[in-house]
Design a protein around this ligand. Structure first.
Ligand SMILES: Nc1ncnc2c1ncn2[C@@H]1O[C@H](COP(=O)(O)OP(=O)(O)OP(=O)(O)O)[C@@H](O)[C@H]1O
Ligand SMILES: [Mg+2]
Length: 298
């Protein structure tokens, strides 16, 4: 059975960040403990009820991809047993599949997005300007169409409650310097291309995905945060893909459909989601894990 954990509770550890999904603790100057909870957000609002096991599935899918892509770029994971770092008396079963010990890195202040298909804010910007993040694209592309080649479309990490904004490559170069910007772009595209090919063989299109990177004290670049999860990526079942329409989101479709029926202004607090919708959403996360990583958690 998956465990359910809407919020971590680790007395004695220093909580440094509670995001929409992850709780992050500092173990020391060089290491973090990251706990993926079962919180679900929609339209950037954390909804009242958790998705049982979601955090476990997110962590397992990230760990799978970190391992698979380690030949392309080193990642933040450290091979430290959780039992060594959790406070005495912690229920290990609640944390073992959802928590990881990582290097504590200096974040590169950019959301590194790779897109293979024209959808979401990419489609919106293209329709308005014919380009995306300053990259001129061919005329006449349709919604959800595959791009001639994957592109790097960075965005700035917005403050809580704001939406991220697509920026041109020059903005990234100005922020972090050309050498680091080039490394981030090249790693983003290399990891995306490798993973997209892997997923395609398993009937899943990775339309786009977001990576985060960080550097250590020596300036070495690592990929960090989460990797190629349903929360950071658009996964489309290949069998439902059609050019010209927006394919349903892999995981949040049931929740979004339900929310559309509610009189809700998309600010906190969000409505309570019925059990049936929660169960179907959990099943989608489990399906992604199974189809991509071949892992069954329960
Ligand atoms: N190895 C790492 N070193 C330092 N910071 C990291 C590392 N890995 C991830 N992070 C940071 O930890 C946080 C993870 O929390 P989480 O993703 O839940 O919240 P968020 O990114 O602030 O908000 P959200 O993802 O909900 O928009 C992020 O701020 C991320 O940049
Ligand atoms: Mg995040």
């Amino acid at each position: 059975m998956p465990t359910t954990l809407p919020q971590s509770n680790l007395p004695g550890l220093q909580l440094i960040h509670r995001g929409k999904v992850r709780d992050v603790y500092a173990l020391d100057d060089d290491r973090l403990l990251m706990v993926a909870t079962d919180r679900l957000s929609a339209f950037d609002v954390v909804l009242p009820n958790p998705i049982p096991g979601k955090g476990e599935m997110l962590t397992q899918i990230s760990n799978f991809w970190f391992d698979k892509t380690a030949h392309l770029l080193p990642n933040h994971l450290l091979d430290v047993p959780l039992a060594d770092v959790l406070p005495p008396g912690t229920d290990l079963a609640l944390y073992e599949k959802r928590a990881v010990v990582t290097r504590r890195l200096k974040p590169v202040p950019v959301e590194a997005i790779a897109r293979g298909y024209l959808i979401g804010s990419g489609w919106k910007d293209y329709r308005a300007t014919g380009s995306l993040c300053g990259i001129q694209l061919p005329a006449g592309l349709q919604q959800a169409q595959q791009l001639p080649a994957p592109i790097f479309t960075p965005s700035t990490k917005a403050a809580v409650g704001d939406h991220d904004e697509n920026v041109s490559y020059d903005v990234v170069v100005n922020a972090v310097g050309k050498e680091l910007a080039d490394k981030v772009r090249d790693a983003t595209l290399a990891i995306y291309q490798w993973a997209a090919a892997y997923a395609a063989e398993r009937g899943i299109i990775i339309a786009d995905t977001k990576f985060e990177f960080g550097t250590d004290a020596n300036g070495t670049l690592y990929v960090m945060d989460e990797m190629l999860t349903p929360d950071s990526s658009r996964f489309w079942p290949a069998e439902e893909y059609r050019v010209g329409i927006s394919p349903p989101s892999y995981d949040k479709q049931f929740v979004r459909d339900y929310l559309e029926t509610q009189d809700w202004n998309k600010t906190a607090p969000g409505p309570v989601i019925p059990d049936e919708v929660i169960a179907r959403t959990a099943a989608k996360y489990a399906e992604a894990l199974q189809r991509l990583a071949g892992i069954q958690l329960s």
